[in-house]
Design a protein around this ligand. Structure first.
Ligand code: 5AD
Ligand code: SF4
Length: 502
């Protein structure tokens, strides 16, 4: 089949732009959609912001080929962008794949099904897909998702060849073990017109002993600051108000680049981009959070006073076993420095319960940090054993019932603290980025929904995001979506607010 690549440029992104055009021609030429219908696609994304950002890039390429997005898996092309950070993420993926296989068999045999993302960087998972899910057409990983046009082209050519020789296999599998360079300048389809994720780096070098990410996302690679700034400027020109800088550990940005730059320097540059209204970033590793960064955050009004600072555990003994490179005291000192510089800063975190060897004493240390810091919100996770990570081989795994009991206790403390913090804003006026019509909200106690607020004057229930990352529901005109406005915070419902536009 190698001759199908004759004429393709060697360098990226030119090569993929070439395959985008070839796919277009093929789809038209094959008369696949001769009835004038545009082919449709659907991407189902699991996991973190990184994956969502990757899906926007996949969507950008597919739309350039001529596919149109639809909101269900009854599409001509369905992609699953998978996550493997905890076991339940993987389980959910298998559920969806079973469903789509049935759809393909019963409704649309020519459907293209692709699976990509972190799970596909694990050889065992790829083998399982190959053996047990014959209907999957394309398998690729995190390091080469920019190649979707080329992979799709190969599949379509394989299908063409099979028409002549039915004994041929069509499936395309391309998983790269290691990342090669960063490919810039391919098309992107942004999910939102006013909020955007912006990758500043890829991969992780930290090897926390519980975590699979360094194995599936590869070594740390930072993008050049000029490429990042250019993208930030483009986003502003498109009307984006809020930019989220993304990296597994943004605080170690710059390592390995020719230019001499730190994350604090980069943030300073981005915050100075003309017209950029709000900047957030995640995730910050406590071991690399510098005084310089705190100073830059405090100095720029458009940097949200919010930091996501994963604690993982409050026990210095466990933190050592987790390979986190900080102690409970180091963490508390960082929080103090952040609050000294920015008294209203919202601090959110990730916590793992039931890491191997966690004793009641260790767990009490975690509760103690939660009480002391009083996090604005915390993502709490039950430890999940990931094959291939050092912690999976630790012998002192904690019994399930003990973990469950600790998890419930932690949740109570965390919820109480975040509700108390949230309540502090009642009575204040806050800047809010209006995001959606507020249909998600339902107040279970009364059975009312905010949508049910009657608005004969053409206003509707809206939802917006505060600088602290919490949502507020209020009534306003739909055209405010995408704007930053002032809202009076009237009521706190623990995890969200009810307010009034002023
Ligand atoms: N088990 C439970 N939680 C995990 N995380 C990462 N790996 C695991 C695991 N094996 C959590 C960490 C991390 C977040 C993204 O996911 O808290 O910060
Ligand atoms: Fe995983 Fe640790 Fe890297 Fe975060 S810093 S992605 S928890 S290895």
């Amino acid at each position: 089949m190698t001759d199908i690549y004759n004429g393709a440029p060697v360098n990226e992104p030119e090569r993929q732009m070439y395959f985008i055009e070839e796919c277009k021609k093929l789809i038209d030429g094959m008369g696949l959609f001769a009835d004038g219908k545009k082919p449709t696609y659907h991407i189902s994304t699991f996991g973190c912001q990184m994956n969502f950002r990757d899906s926007e890039k996949l969507a950008g390429v597919l739309e350039s080929i001529g596919y149109t997005l639809i909101d269900s898996e009854k599409a001509d092309l369905v992609l699953y962008n998978t996550c493997t950070v905890r076991e339940n993420a993987s389980t959910r993926v298998y559920g969806r794949i079973g469903y789509v296989g049935k759809l393909k068999k019963e409704k649309n045999p020519s459907m293209v099904i692709g699976i990509c993302g972190c799970m596909m960087q694990e050889p065992d998972e790829v083998e399982k897909m190959q053996k047990s899910y014959g209907f999957i057409d394309i398998i690729f990983g995190t390091h080469n998702s920019y190649k979707i046009a080329e992979l799709l082209y190969t599949l379509l050519m394989n299908r063409k060849a099979k028409e002549k020789d039915p004994s041929l296999k069509t499936r395309v599998i391309d998983v790269q073990k290691e990342a090669t360079g960063i490919v810039e300048d391919l098309p992107v389809k942004y999910d939102s017109t006013f909020r955007a994720g912006l990758n500043i780096m890829y991969g992780c070098d930290n090897f926390c002993t519980y975590c699979i990410v360094p194995y599936v996302r590869g070594r740390e690679r930072s993008r050049r600051s000029c490429d990042i700034i250019r993208e930030a400027q483009d986003l502003v020109a498109k009307g984006v108000k809020e930019v989220m800088l993304l990296g597994q550990n943004v605080n170690s940005y710059g390592k390995g680049l020719e230019e001499d730059i730190t994350f604090a320097m980069l943030l300073d540059k981005i915050a100075s981009v003309q017209g950029i209204k709000r900047i957030r970033f995640m995730t910050s590793h406590p071991k690399d959070l510098s005084d310089e960064l705190i100073e830059v955050m405090a100095r720029h009004e458009n940097v949200c006073k919010h930091i996501h600072l994963p604690l993982q555990s409050g026990s210095s003994r466990l933190l050592k076993r987790m390979n986190r490179h900080y102690t409970k005291e180091d963490y508390l000192l960082l929080v103090k420095k952040l609050r000294d510089a920015m008294p209203d800063i919202a601090i959110t975190t990730d916590i793992i319960v039931g890491f191997p060897g966690e004793t009641e004493e260790d767990f009490i240390e975690t509760l103690d940090v939660c009480e002391t810091v009083s996090f604005d919100s915390a993502f709490t996770f039950i430890y999940s054993k990931r094959t291939g990570t050092p912690a999976a081989t630790f012998e002192d795994q904690v019994p399930e019932d003990v973990v469950k009991e600790r998890f419930d206790r932690l949740l109570k403390v965390v919820s109480r603290c975040s509700a108390a913090n949230a309540a502090r804003l009642v009575g204040t006026v806050q800047e809010v980025l209006v995001e959606t019509v507020g249909h998600e909200l339902s107040d279970n106690s009364s059975g009312n929904t905010v949508e049910s607020i009657s608005t004969p004057d053409g206003t509707t229930a809206l939802t917006g995001r505060l600088g602290n990352n919490l949502l507020v529901h209020f009534v306003g005109r739909k055209r405010l979506i995408g704007e930053i406005i002032k809202v009076q915070i009237d009521e706190c419902k623990d995890f969200y607010y009810i307010g009034r536009q002023i």
